[in-house]
Each structure stands twice: as C-alpha cells, then as structure tokens.
Write a new protein. Structure first.
Length: 285
C-alpha cells in the first residue's frame, strides 16, 4: 500500500496543472542521508512515520454478504497516518542552489496545500479502493519533528522542509463466517393453559426475507419497491438489496418488484420457503 501512496503523491506533483518548475522536477522517496545527491532538481518525500489514527478508529465489525450468499463478519479497516518529510534538492552550487531549492520547496508547499483530500483521479494502485477520499494535512504544527536531531542522525547539514500527513484505510483482511442469510423465521403462538404450560398451537406465523439482484451482474439493487401483492404490503430495498415481510401465515403469495432501469418482475412464492434464496428476485435490465 505504501508504494501506491508514494505513486499517488507523485501524481499530484506531476499533474499537468501544477507549476511547470514543480512538475518538471524529479520526485524521489529515498532516505535523504549523506549519500543522497540527486543530479537534477528533485522533490524528496521521505516517509518517516507511520501511526494508527486512534481518533478515527471504528471498532464496529462489518457484516457483509459474499458471492456465495454467506454473511461474514469482518474487522473494519484501521486508519493509519503516514507522515512524509518534504525537501527540495538542487544540483547547482552556492546561492543558486539555495534559490532553486527554496523556490521548489515553496511551489511544493503551495501546490500540495491545495488538496485537503486526495481526489479519486489522483489515486494509484491499491489506493483506488480507499473507502473515502484520504485526508491530507500539510505543514501542520502537531506534525513537526525535531529537524536538527533528524539531520544530525542522517549525518548531513540541516535544511528546510515541511511535513505531509495522509490518513489511509488499511484493510486487515480478517473475516469469520456468520452463516447463511435468514430466509424464513417461524413464530409459533400457543394457548397458555396454565402458568408456564403451553397449550395447543393457535397459529404459525412467519417472517420472510429475500434479496433483489441484477440478473446479469448478481449485484444487489438499491431502491427496488417490493410489493406483497395479496396483502398490499410494500418494502423499498437499501444498498444490500434486502427486503423483509412479517406476520405471514402459510400459503401462496406473489411478489411484484419494480426498480428504475429494470423490467417489472412478478414471482410466485410459498410460505414457508424450503430452500435458501426462496424469495430472491432477479431483475433484468
């Protein structure tokens, strides 16, 4: 992931709308130690700190349905702050070297500061799957490090620089099965003949659930209106495509489903359903 974040930041600096001197400079990610001596004007972004952002930690597990219809519980992504030290390097000498480095550094600071978040079009590699636009903090006081100690540790003379912190989501890829989706739930009502004693069954009632899917892509359809025709009950699906109806007795019913961009679908169902996905409705675009 970090290499894709590097590529994303390089894309920002190389963007066609960036100042010419900035986009024409090389972009490097090597440690700027005493052996670092680029032969061309260069913006160096050194990733020196990676920390979990605990303020943005969400402990709530995610429940998702996989392509086999099984629901899985997954740990949510952790939020990670990636902090770079940005410096400018010139191959000139004397005062011309300082002038060029300061000019490049100012251009980089002004350009990166234009982005409070990274636009989707700038994301590269695995960064394109970020669940939300990654926020960017540029030259913030709380991100400062002791530069004199830093440069001393690298064995070179101090130089100007600023920090850039990008907060990214890192998928932990840890999932555990939750089981098949509930299709039919039976509710049995007994007559109470004595305290804590159940008498004969008065009625069996059921709750049913299904998913409205695209027949070609097998993806859930949001905003589909599902009508239980015989009772006139309606349900509008959310992003997971799921619908439910409660307090049904045994019998045969019909589901009529309408969704924008799809052909009206009507399917016959039996309550209770005997197999998985008894009430799923595929829709044809």
């Amino acid at each position: 992931m970090f290499q894709d974040l590097d590529s994303t930041l390089q894309q920002i600096l190389d963007d066609a709308a960036a100042p010419a001197d900035l986009r024409n400079a090389d972009v490097g990610f090597l440690t700027p130690d005493k052996t670092y001596a680029p032969g061309t004007p260069t913006i160096n972004l050194f990733l020196f700190a990676v920390h979990e952002n605990r303020d943005q930690r969400d402990p709530t597990p995610l429940i998702e349905q996989n392509n086999t219809g099984v629901y899985v519980r997954r740990r949510p992504p952790i939020r990670v702050d990636c902090t770079y030290l940005v410096t400018a390097w010139s191959n000139l000498t004397g005062s011309l070297k300082i002038q060029e480095e300061h000019k490049l550094l100012a251009l980089a600071l002004a350009w990166i500061s234009r982005y409070p978040t990274i636009p989707a079009g700038m994301l590269r590699g695995s960064m394109t799957s970020q669940p939300q636009p990654p926020p960017v903090k540029t030259a913030q006081p709380e991100e400062r490090l002791n530069l004199s100690e830093f440069w001393n540790a690298l064995g070179i003379a101090p130089r100007a620089g600023f920090t850039v912190t990008v907060t990214v989501s890192m998928d932990l890829a840890v999932a555990s099965p939750e089981g098949q989706p509930v299709v039919t739930k039976e509710i049995t009502i007994h007559k109470l003949t004595a305290p804590e004693a159940l008498g004969p069954v008065l009625v069996d009632q059921y709750q049913i659930a299904g998913t409205v899917r695209d027949a070609t892509l097998n993806t859930p359809i949001t905003g589909a209106e599902v009508t239980l025709v015989e009772l006139g009950w309606k349900f509008v699906t959310q992003s997971d495509g799921r619908f439910t109806f409660s307090i049904l007795e045994t019998g045969n019913f019909h589901l009529k489903v309408a969704a924008v961009g799809y052909t009206l679908a009507t399917v016959a169902i039996t309550v209770p359903g005997m197999v998985l996905n008894s009430y799923d409705v595929p829709m044809t675009p």
